[in-house]
Design a protein around this ligand. Structure first.
Ligand SMILES: NC(=O)c1ccc[n+]([C@@H]2O[C@H](COP(=O)([O-])OP(=O)(O)OC[C@H]3O[C@@H](n4cnc5c(N)ncnc54)[C@H](OP(=O)(O)O)[C@@H]3O)[C@@H](O)[C@H]2O)c1
Length: 326
């Protein structure tokens, strides 16, 4: 099979003829049709992601395609079934192997691009906002990086949960994307101070001290400013650090304002909470099927051009989701 393989952290992957993966007991080999691109693909290549492969590997955490082969003990899937899956890595390839538990059958009309682009971004936002932050109708939520992969889905999920959304993004075009996807208020953090603008906006909403929930995939100064415009009792979701700076949280501010900082890691959450995971993914598939959520795929790349997709993530030109079509 053709696969983008990196032999060591920090080494640029090369598109090579690689050995076909084999399904061990409990595993499934998938003929990849599409692979969603994530910021985390850039991190795993550097060796700075939570998961660190040993030996040669491909990036690619979310795929759709058809089952090629199943290992012993896999009974709910068979070759030819259309599926989406969350492999540990390896999706930038014609075939990938993964645990059967992380493979979801696709029924009805299948859009492989949408299925591949859907799982991580919506999963992260839905579980974080609904199940970790317990976002309630009428609450005000501040969402950063709101034109990016997870940020944009957070805007949609928060609106579905009945919240008022204040979205931040860098530049007028990205702000417009957040607005088009339902954000009630938008702050361009390239030109505006987040803390001051949030306080102005929440004052007009009758809540001058700030927002109830923060959803932060950016970190750094964006997190620091957010901590200064939250209402007493607020919940702050730590989603990621796209800025490259992991926030150091001053505990005294959490204490004085009764603020809760909540870590959220989608992959681990699914493993640790299988019942909630099943319920939430069923809810999300229902929302996708009904059209209530609609993944914004801004660009589709051929497998040969997969590195261009990673460049777009790194240089911040990407919006919504990028997909590799295999
Ligand atoms: N916790 C979880 O389970 C989970 C799941 C998925 C993703 N994440 C994390 O969430 C973050 C975003 O992931 P994503 O896939 O949504 O990425 P993405 O599509 O590239 O979006 C990241 C956004 O961050 C903003 N940003 C700010 N500083 C940046 C910088 N120096 N370089 C690149 N982007 C920067 C950009 O928006 P502006 O240009 O508008 O500032 C960009 O749209 C990553 O840290 C990722 O690891 C966590």
């Amino acid at each position: 099979m053709k696969a983008w393989i990196s032999n060591a952290f920090g080494e640029a992957p090369k598109l090579i003829d690689a050995p076909d993966p084999v399904a061990k007991p409990g595993q499934v080999v998938i003929d990849v049709r599409a692979c969603g691109v994530n910021f985390a693909d850039t991190l795993i290549l550097k060796g700075t992601y939570q998961k660190r492969p040993t030996g040669p590997f491909s990036p690619g955490f979310e795929v759709s395609g058809t089952v090629h082969a199943v290992g012993d003990g896999v009974t709910h899937l068979k070759p030819g079934d259309a599926v989406m899956a969350l492999p540990d890595w390896g999706g930038f390839a014609e075939r990938v192997v993964t645990d059967a538990a992380l493979v979801t059958p696709l029924v009805g009309d299948v859009d492989f691009n949408q299925s591949a682009a859907f799982q991580i971004a919506y999963g992260t936002s839905w579980f974080a906002l609904k199940y970790r932050a317990d976002l309630k109708p009428g609450e005000i939520v501040l969402i950063h990086g709101a034109a990016g992969g997870v940020g944009l889905t957070a805007v949609e999920c928060a609106k579905l949960l009945g919240a008022t959304v204040i979205a931040t993004a860098g530049g007028a075009d990205k702000c417009q994307i957040a607005r088009d996807h339902g954000a009630d208020h938008v702050i361009d953090y390239k030109s505006d101070n987040i803390r001051d603008r949030v306080r102005d906006i929440t004052a007009t909403l009758g809540q001058p001290k700030g927002v109830d929930v923060v959803y932060d995939p950016v970190g750094g100064d964006v997190f620091d400013q957010s901590l200064r415009c939250v209402a007493p009792g607020a919940r702050m979701l730590l989603i990621g650090f796209a800025s490259g700076t992991v926030p150091q949280i001053p505990a005294n501010i959490l204490l004085v304002k009764n603020v809760t900082a909540i870590g959220f890691y989608f992959g681990a959450y699914l493993e640790q909470n299988p019942d909630v995971a099943c319920q939430g993914m069923t809810e999300l598939l229902g929302l996708l099927k009904s059209g209530a959520i609609n993944p914004m795929i801004s660009a589709v790349y051929a497998l040969d051009d997969a590195m261009k997709a990673l460049d777009a993530i790194r240089d911040r030109s990407a919006t919504g989701k990028l997909v590799i079509r295999v």
